[in-house]
Design a protein around this ligand. Structure first.
Ligand SMILES: Cc1cc2nc3c(=O)[nH]c(=O)nc-3n(C[C@H](O)[C@H](O)[C@H](O)COP(=O)(O)OP(=O)(O)OC[C@H]3O[C@@H](n4cnc5c(N)ncnc54)[C@H](O)[C@@H]3O)c2cc1C
Length: 506
């Protein structure tokens, strides 16, 4: 009986797949132009590196956010020349293009516009050069952040920006989003570490922005490009600066009975004039999620935990460490402990950096709101977030870069429940408004993308946004690169109701 069921189940799936494939091919290829277009793409990158069957496209329809959109096709080039030719072809045919790194983005940035081509950089993942004398590294855009960092450790260097997704996210994605990370409190975000890049523009022309030196003459187009969310051009080669590894590292864990006292401790540390390398907060719900997955040494009865890391010369770290401990004890912790051993530190950071993934042990979905609040208003803002959680009956876990006020309230939900997504979006917008009203910002590091574009008028006037559009137009006058992102236009890609139809726009 069981075998029979398996047999009919497989049969049903195969009929369903064929029917779906047929519908898709008719919608995308029937006009003939699309078939010729796909042939031209195959001639550029090779047949096996052009995907257009629905089952192949499915994994490219989402990133880490809540939006969805099937690309018309995905191409996987291996060189700048292939990217250039793909871009020129799409430009000629009027097909929109979006770059895709690892798809870990949290604002829908890599989701293809309807009928668009997604250029995936998973084959352009080589570290081209490490120049230890000039402390730079030159990489292809698909290089994974942590792979670069680990690679340069061999030479006594590090690549400082360390998004919590660093095991998976790419340098190309980091540049497009100007990504931050726990250690960006002291070292600055991606823009402070990118020196130059080779960029393919929408018409297929290739330009170089910045260079290999700290300062370059003329406009700082490297700076303008960093954080442009894939709307200006496609970065095909990137030069970043490296920092020497610190002589000493010390990590403190402050355990607090509640979020309020942990927020007070954040102000106390900064108020002592200390700028730690990292200052992160994890609340009770996030601790529960982390400990559910693996015992990483977080106290399960804590209301909130602060992780504070100091780096520098041995003596300096010891001296400032005494001040950090004193500042923490001023705010009523139940425990302050030091992780002296590298293995202990690694366990604590594994918990912090794995916290978002661990939320899966509490709910099938999370919606992460990337608002920023002034550090001095953390307590009030987090109280408001707690009130929103109660009002909407939505559990909210907080795990965030406390030192620079970059909140990450994660609204937990189950996408399969009718109406759940709509409620989450409404509650998320309320969290954003609380941040803005407190004098904060819409996004700290994840970009605007699809997710926050309709909220842009909360912070910018029409004139402000026009100025931004004019800058974009000077790079991409036809707006063929990642269109539909950043600026409000009333369209959403939330599943399932408004999901765009599959097929190429040709
Ligand atoms: C668990 C988790 C933790 C995270 N933690 C952090 C964090 O601490 N800090 C942080 O800032 N972010 C964090 N993020 C968000 C995300 O990882 C970053 O935004 C990251 O930079 C995205 O990189 P990616 O390679 O996945 O890019 P994708 O998601 O593939 O793309 C992001 C954007 O980059 C564009 N793009 C990609 N490659 C190129 C290219 N070569 N040229 C031009 N544009 C390109 C895409 O078009 C898109 O607009 C986290 C995400 C997750 C899932």
């Amino acid at each position: 009986m069981a075998r029979l069921l398996v047999y009919y189940h497989a049969k049903f799936l195969s009929y369903f797949r064929r029917a779906w494939e047929w519908c898709f091919l008719v919608s995308s290829l029937a006009p003939g132009a699309a078939a010729r277009f796909l042939d031209e793409l195959k001639a550029i990158v090779g047949e096996e590196y052009v995907y257009y069957h629905p089952e192949d496209l499915l994994v490219y329809e989402y990133d880490g956010s809540i939006d969805r959109g099937l690309p018309g096709a995905v191409v996987l080039p291996i060189s700048t020349d292939e990217v250039r030719r793909v871009m020129a072809l799409c430009y000629r045919e009027g097909v929109p293009v979006v770059g895709r790194g690892s798809g870990t983005g949290l604002s829908g940035g890599a989701i293809a516009p309807p009928g668009g081509v997604q250029i995936s950089f998973s084959r352009m993942d080589r570290i081209l050069e490490v120049d230890t004398e000039n402390r730079t590294a030159t990489v292809e855009p698909g290089v994974i952040n942590l792979d670069l960092d680990n690679h340069v450790h061999k030479f006594g260097y590090r690549y400082a920006p360390d998004p919590s997704s660093q095991k998976a996210c790419s340098l190309g994605g980091n540049i497009a989003e100007n990504s931050g990370g726990p250690h960006c409190l002291a070292y600055g975000c991606t823009t402070n570490h990118v020196l130059g890049m080779e960029v393919v523009l929408e018409d297929g022309s290739v330009v170089n922005l910045g260079g290999t030196a700290r300062e370059t003459p003329g406009y700082d187009l490297r700076g303008v490009f960093t954080g442009s969310e894939g709307t200006f051009g496609i970065a095909t080669c990137i030069t970043v600066r490296l920092l020497p590894l610190p002589e000493a590292v010390k990590t403190f864990m402050g355990v607090f009975p509640d979020v309020d006292s942990a927020c007070t401790a954040v102000s106390a540390v900064i108020g002592h004039g200390i700028v730690p390398a990292a200052l992160e907060m994890i609340d009770a719900l996030s601790i529960r999620a982390v400990q559910n997955v693996m015992d990483l040494g977080y106290p399960e009865d804590a209301g909130a935990v602060l992780l504070i890391e100091l780096e520098g010369l041995q003596e300096e770290v010891e001296e400032i460490g005494i001040e950090v401990e004193a500042a923490l004890w001023e705010s009523g912790p139940t425990l302050v402990r030091t992780a002296e051993e590298a293995s202990d530190r690694e366990r604590l950071w594994a918990g912090r950096k794995g916290a978002l993934g661990a939320l899966g042990s509490l709910a099938p979905n999370y919606y992460l709101v990337d608002g920023v609040a002034p550090r001095t208003k953390l307590t009030e803002v987090l109280r408001e977030v707690a009130a929103i959680s109660e009002r909407y009956s939505i559990p909210i876990a907080n795990v965030f870069h406390a030192g620079d006020g970059n909140l990450h309230p994660c609204l937990l939900f189950d996408e399969r429940q009718p109406g759940a997504l709509e409620t989450i979006i409404e509650a998320g917008a309320e969290v954003m408004k609380v941040c803005i009203d407190a004098g904060g910002a819409l996004t700290g590091e994840h970009g605007v993308g699809l997710e926050k574009k309709e909220l842009m008028p909360l912070v910018y006037t029409d004139e402000d946004m026009d100025a931004m559009r004019r800058v974009r137009d000077s790079f991409a006058p036809h707006n063929r690169l990642n269109p539909g992102k950043i600026f409000p236009d009333g369209t959403h890609y939330h599943p399932p109701a408004r999901r765009p139809e599959p097929g190429l726009s040709i």
